[in-house]
Design a protein around this ligand. Structure first.
Ligand SMILES: [Zn+2]
Length: 49
């Protein structure tokens, strides 16, 4: 199954990504979406204070 870290990172990304939100609703393919998010997050972004 999925790592807690993976799920947390995914949910954080999903929260601000309309594209992933719509794709997730269409596909329900969470593991696949996680892979996409990882590929999408090559450059580290820290939006937390
Ligand atoms: Zn996204």
């Amino acid at each position: 199954m999925l790592d807690d870290d993976d799920v947390e990172a995914f949910e954080r990304h999903l929260d601000g990504c309309a594209q992933c939100q719509s794709e997730l609703l269409e596909s329900h393919d969470v593991p696949g979406m996680l892979d996409a998010v990882k590929a999408d997050s090559v450059s580290p972004e820290r939006t937390r204070p």
